[in-house]
Ligand binder design. Structure first.
Ligand SMILES: [Zn+2]
Length: 423
């Protein structure tokens, strides 16, 4: 086996929000990954398959069983490349791709920014929270396990619904004029409605008692759909969220009234900035994030699992107020020699993601990149050629590709692959 393209064993976790049994794309892909001996239990939810070296659910070399990070650590420059090593200053794989299969809403969350990002992006919007991730890490290292930040992208594999970022201020203000919601405006509020007002509203919603949430949702349910204007979907989504988390979950109010609700078709993608509020609602996606497990949760999870509301609200980023700016369109990829790959390039440097779709009888060649790649095959079968060595590639197969090598894919049928890479 080539040491340039290393086939991996990767695994799935069973968070309760995952899709059941073989309905879960994460489980279907994991069940086709050689060497895992993973068999789908139709009675279990399967949430996330991970393709990184993060210790919670690491990848292993298929041939030897060695932890992939241990292998990288034997020769970081060979596997990650000089450029990536000096850029990140450590030998950890800097990104973490996943397949997520979502049956019900994930916790309402954000991922705090680190001081490191301040150095990398001195002008970024997100610098307002520059110290927070490190502070949290210092205070509670067991909870905030990583001083790195965690922006993420999500590419839809199936129809995908998500709450992300905040609605336009004028839209939120209009909704708050509805009688049941006026209580969440700051006392004596006269306007203008600013980000600070929104912050106070979100805080009030998150701190509301179970009883207040319940009564508010009852009153909202009694309103006609037309009361929500252009946000008529609220009337249909409220009972759906109540089915999932009951009628007393603060997350429903924040998500429905203040956040953007997006429906994506397969192939469409969103980008969540490092301190952006988000909650994924349903669908199968490929997700990729910077290597970190920092997360603040509130809503759509048991009260005991929620982080402090003051901390959560103090970290929130309120820009931009535009759902369209969350969209991350795929564009043509310079490194593709045959044009069968498109790139999703979020505005940050941890990683880019390629979608490669090779039709029957065709070949795709990807130019070498100055950093490591992680590839998962999501459809079809064919051949992967690196430095003259051929290996079979099929749905469920996962490969780590070292820095600086050209990659060729051939297929007689069809082949679909997602590649996260950094350089
Ligand atoms: Zn997230």
């Amino acid at each position: 086996m080539s040491q340039s393209a290393i086939q991996l064993k990767c695994y799935c976790n069973e968070y309760p929000w995952g899709k059941q049994g073989s309905k879960s794309a994460a489980a279907r892909i994991a069940s086709k990954t050689p060497g895992t001996e993973f068999k789908i239990d139709e009675s279990k939810p399967y949430a996330e398959m991970w393709f990184g070296t993060y210790p919670d659910l690491p990848s292993y070399v298929l041939e030897t069983g060695e932890n992939l990070q241990d292998l990288i650590d034997t020769n970081p420059e060979y596997y990650l490349g000089k450029q990536v090593l000096s850029k990140f200053g450590h030998s950890n794989l800097p990104f973490l791709p996943k397949v997520l299969s979502i049956a019900k809403a994930l916790p309402l969350q954000l991922h705090p920014v680190s001081p490191r990002e301040k150095l990398m992006y001195p002008d970024a919007e997100t610098t307002q929270n520059k110290e927070l991730a490190a502070k949290l890490h210092e205070k509670e290292p067991s909870h905030f396990t990583d001083p790195n930040h965690k922006p993420e992208i999500a590419i839809a594999l199936s129809p995908f619904e998500a709450f992300t970022g905040f609605k336009h201020l004028a839209d939120i203000e209009a909704l708050l004029r509805l009688e049941p919601l006026q209580q969440f405006l700051p006392k004596g509020h006269k306007g203008p409605f600013t980000d600070q007002t929104l912050k106070a509203v979100v805080e009030k919603m998150l701190k509301a008692s179970e009883d207040t949430v319940k009564r508010t949702e009852e009153a909202l349910s009694a309103l006609p759909g037309s009361a929500y204007g252009q946000h008529g979907y609220i009337a249909a989504l409220l009972p759906r969220l109540q089915d999932q988390y009951g009628a007393t979950d603060n997350g429903s109010l924040v998500a429905l009234i203040t956040m953007n609700y997006l429906r994506l078709a397969p192939g469409e993608s969103i980008y969540i900035p490092a301190d952006g509020i988000h909650a994924y609602l349903a669908g199968d996606i490929i997700e990729c994030m910077a290597r970190s497990n920092n997360v603040l949760n509130t809503g759509f999870c048991p009260r005991a699992d929620r982080d402090n509301v003051d901390t959560f609200v103090s970290v929130l980023s309120f820009k931009p107020h535009d759902a369209k700016q969350a969209l991350l369109p795929a564009t043509s990829y310079k490194g593709s020699k045959k044009g069968f790959s498109k790139v999703y390039a979020p505005p940050m440097s941890e990683f880019d993601m390629l979608k490669t779709s090779v039709p029957a009888g065709e070949t795709e060649i990807l130019a070498p990149v100055n950093g490591p790649s992680m590839v998962v095959c999501t459809k079809g079968e064919g051949e992967l050629v690196v430095e003259g060595k051929k290996v079979e590639v099929k749905e469920g197969y996962v490969f780590f590709i070292r820095a600086g090598v050209e990659v060729e894919y051939k297929t007689g049928k069809e082949l679909e692959l997602y590649t996260a890479f950094v350089q």
